[in-house]
Every structure is written in C-alpha cells, then in structure tokens.
Design a protein around this ligand. Structure first.
Ligand code: AKG
Ligand code: FE2
Length: 313
C-alpha cells in the first residue's frame, strides 16, 4: 500500500467513494496500526489556534509554566519538563490536561495564560472527539461489527479524553536522546497533529518508519485497547519521537481512553472459537494504574493482560 498517503475523509459522505475510503482505513489498521487523514472535519482555523496557544504557553517563563506543574512533574497532568525533572530524561517539555469526563477536569492544571487556552482546547478537543467517533464507526463496520460497537465497548458517553502539548527543543546530541522512547498508547485511539518531523512508527519487520507531517493532516494511532477489543486483529502502533539539532518540534496529542469503570474484553465476534480470547477481562482503571509512574515500559503492558501469555512480543 502507499504507506504515507493521507486518507481523504471527505469521500466518506459520498456513496460512490465511501467504500474505497473505508477499505483504505481497514488496510491501514491491519497493516500499519496508524494512518493520516485529511479533510477530517476538524476546522483548520481551530488547528491553527491550538498550535498558537501551545507556542504562547511554552514561550512563557519557567516560573509561569511551573505555576501549572504536575507532581512529580511527570505523568498525568500539568506542565512537565522531562529534560531536568525525570529519570530517565527525555528531550521534551509538555503540558497535559484532562478534558473528559467533565468531573475529572482540574482547572488548577489549565494555564491562565494564554487567556484563550481554555476556549481553544475545548473547541479543538470537541472537534477531535467528533472525528474519533466517526473513525470508530468506520473501524467497527470494517470489523463486521455494529457501527456503535467500538464506542460502546469503551464506555460510550463516559469515555475519557486528554490532550498533551509536546514541545521538543533542539537537541545537541539527537543520536543519544529521545523526545519520547518507543511505546504504544494505552487507551483507544490517539489523534496527533505534528509540527515538524520526528514521529516514527515501527513497521511489521521492526524497522522505524518516519511519519511525514502533511499540511493540516492528523495522524491516527491505534492504541492498546483497540488491540484488546479486536482480539489482536488490529495492533496498537509502536511509536517514538526523535529529536533534531536544528529546531523545536511540536506535537499535539489527543488521547481517547475508555471510561475507568468500563469492563474491557475482546469482542466475542472476533474471538476464534478454537483459540479463544487472547486477553482476559479487566476494568480499564486496572490497566491505567498498571502503567509505571515513570511511564517507561520495558515490555509492552498489554502482555500482562494476555491469557497464558499466548501473545508473542
Ligand atoms: O510527538 C510525537 O510525535 C509523539 C507523541 C506521543 O507519542 C505521545 O504523546 O504519546
Ligand atoms: Fe504516544
């Protein structure tokens, strides 16, 4: 397949084109675990506004940024600087806030500056959520499931959404540093806007493929819960962020997670009667809390949820 060509979602509403678009999505999910989309329905102006808000935030003084620092500076929420504050060190600064559920929003981690932060994040994340729902419906159909299957399997209206603003400054020794080490995202799907080259996804043979930024495109990464629900038919994308000497790279990642109390299990329709399910049942919060505080996973976390370790690494 043409690995890097973004999929044009405008065709989804045109009956003559929809089946070919759906087939492209199915092929990408099966073979690559990620794809890029254009004409995705997230307004370009809102994408620009989000980038602008990110730039303004990271341009603030260290003290201003530390006003929304998370404790202990890595992980769940707030501002973090992995170059100085964490072990192992990554070459990045970041700001993470939880958007959904509303009850989990903690505005103390939402910066006051720039003043338009909250409004912009709300607009952008709502548009990305709508895109997420449309993609999950197509993926469900592609798997022979009801269009609502994947969304319901993750909690329907109770699902969680987070956003991370990533900022990777120029690095004097890019060969010895990572912006983010190899990992898969733990939730359902992640939608990423990148500014500058640096995202790499592992191909089937284990080599790293660069995901080139396209103007106004969004990258869709399948995450661990999709691998579990599809009983391994779709795999989560193994990816990492590399850094460079020349300039700051940025990315804006919206994570869609199941509800904490959602029971996760492989879709019975996708379980081979002879082999059985590859993953055990669990509540999503168990998976969430299994992530080590340092976010460094030596082995894929999903393996500890496999039945009889039947899934090879
Ligand atoms: O910056 C990137 O391209 C990757 C970010 C990422 O993988 C993450 O935030 O989980
Ligand atoms: Fe990631």
């Amino acid at each position: 397949m043409a690995t890097f060509k973004p999929i044009d979602l405008s065709g989804l509403i045109d009956e003559r084109k929809a089946s070919s678009i759906k087939a492209q999505i199915a092929e990408a999910c099966e073979k690559k675990s990620y794809f890029q989309v254009i004409n995705h329905g997230v307004p370009i102006e809102i994408m620009e506004e989000l980038r602008e808000v990110g730039h303004k935030f990271f341009d603030l003084s260290k003290e201003e940024k530390l006003a929304v620092a998370g404790k202990p500076y890595i992980g769940a929420e707030g501002y973090g600087n992995s170059m100085i504050l964490t072990e192992p060190k990554f070459w990045r600064e970041f700001l993470e806030v939880r958007i959904l559920p509303l009850s989990e929003r903690r505005y103390k981690y939402w910066p006051q500056q720039p003043a338009e932060f909250r409004e912009t994040v709300e607009k952008y994340s709502a548009a990305v959520l709508d895109l997420t729902h449309r993609l999950l419906a197509v993926m469900s159909e592609n798997l022979g499931l009801k269009p609502t299957y994947l969304r319901n399997a993750m909690g329907h209206t109770e699902t969680q959404q987070n956003i991370v603003f990533q900022c990777y400054p120029p690095c004097p020794e890019p060969e010895n540093n990572f912006g983010l080490h190899a990992h898969s995202d733990i939730g359902g799907i992640s939608i990423l806007m990148q500014q500058g080259e640096g995202l790499q996804v592992a191909a089937e043979d284990g080599t790293w493929e660069l995901v080139p930024p396209y103007p106004n495109a969004l990258v869709v990464n399948l995450a661990d819960q999709i691998e579990i629900i599809t009983n391994g038919r779709y795999k989560s994308a193994q990816h990492r962020a590399i850094v460079n000497r020349q300039g700051t790279r940025r990315s804006y990642v919206t994570f869609y997670h199941p509800a904490m109390d959602q029971k996760m299990f492989p879709a019975p329709q996708l379980v081979d009667a002879k082999v059985g399910p590859l993953y055990r049942e669990f509540f999503y919060k168990e998976y969430w809390h299994a992530l080590p505080a340092k976010r460094v996973i030596e082995k894929r976390l999903i393996h500890s949820f496999a039945i009889n370790n039947s899934v090879s690494s």
